[in-house]
Design a protein around this ligand. Structure first.
Ligand code: ADP
Ligand code: MG
Length: 247
């Protein structure tokens, strides 16, 4: 579904992504791990078109998408959430997801019609699937941090993606909120067949739900393998697992 080969992106001569390669097959749940500044968000920005790569190859469903604008990549089936919550804070929960549905249907202008009645069943279906149906009339900005992050995932689902990219989906969450997102990610992947690529600092979560893990360090992908093998890698042990993990 996604094939990344030797991707590179520099900012004023500094290579934030130096040489990143990764493959994601349909239906997979793949994690990217690495310390702060490793280049994970920059990599996601390159995949989703927020940034244009300097070099390297980027294919989605066999098609070269390197350098396409974000809205075209989104229309091809890649949708994402951001490390920092990104919702319409003054719109209701329902309107936030409805806006995404309408953009998918090419009917964004309908947003300006009062009490828009379009895409209501699909919007409710998404809200029910993420557990936000009972909060449909709440103003987005008034939700708890955890619910705002879940709402952002619901917005991403609104465009009916094949590949969902989540940048630190549990950042700043309580253990209870993290558990909710963990279950949601599992359900989206296993029951709804969505392919998910995410980065995350919670190693317990990463190792419990990923089918494969890619490790990034200083802009390079240094390892891509199954969780048990990644867990046994000496570099990963030293950096994340305190060196004492038993393989
Ligand atoms: P991560 O998500 O793994 O923490 P980032 O991709 O955010 O890493 O950042 C990788 C490196 O690139 C960091 O050193 C960061 O400061 C730098 N960087 C990211 N975006 C920019 C930018 N727009 N301009 C300059 N430097 C940037
Ligand atoms: Mg980041």
């Amino acid at each position: 579904m996604l094939q990344i080969e030797h991707l590179r992106k520099c900012f004023d001569g500094f290579a934030a992504v130096r040489d990143a390669s990764l493959q994601v097959a349909p239906g997979e749940m793949v994690a990217v791990i690495g310390p702060n500044g490793a280049g994970k968000t920059t990599l996601f920005n390159l995949i989703t078109g927020q940034l244009t790569p300097d070099s390297g190859r980027l294919f989605f469903k066999g098609e070269n998408i390197a350098g396409l604008p974000a809205h075209r990549i989104c229309r091809k089936g890649i949708s994402r959430s951001f490390q920092v919550v990104n919702i319409f804070a003054r719109m209701t929960v329902f309107e936030n997801v409805q806006a995404a549905r309408l953009s998918r249907l090419g009917k964004t202008r309908q947003l300006f019609a009062a009490a828009c009645s379009m895409a209501v069943p699909q919007t409710m279906e998404i809200l029910e699937s993420v557990g936000l149906a009972d909060k449909r009339d709440r103003i987005g900005g008034s939700l708890s941090h955890g619910d705002q992050k879940v709402l952002e995932m619901a917005i991403a689902l609104g465009v009916d993606p094949d590949l969902l990219i989540l940048d630190e989906p549990t950042a700043g969450m309580s253990p209870e909120e993290t558990a909710v997102v963990l279950e949601l990610m599992k359900r989206l992947n296993r029951e709804m067949g969505l392919t998910i690529l995410f980065c995350e600092h919670d190693m317990e979560l990463v190792f419990s739900i990923s089918q494969r893990i890619m490790v990034m360090q200083q802009g390079r992908s240094i390892l891509e393998d199954t969780p048990p093998r990644v867990r046994c890698d000496a570099r990963v042990q030293a950096a994340y697992l305190g060196g004492g993990d038993v393989c």
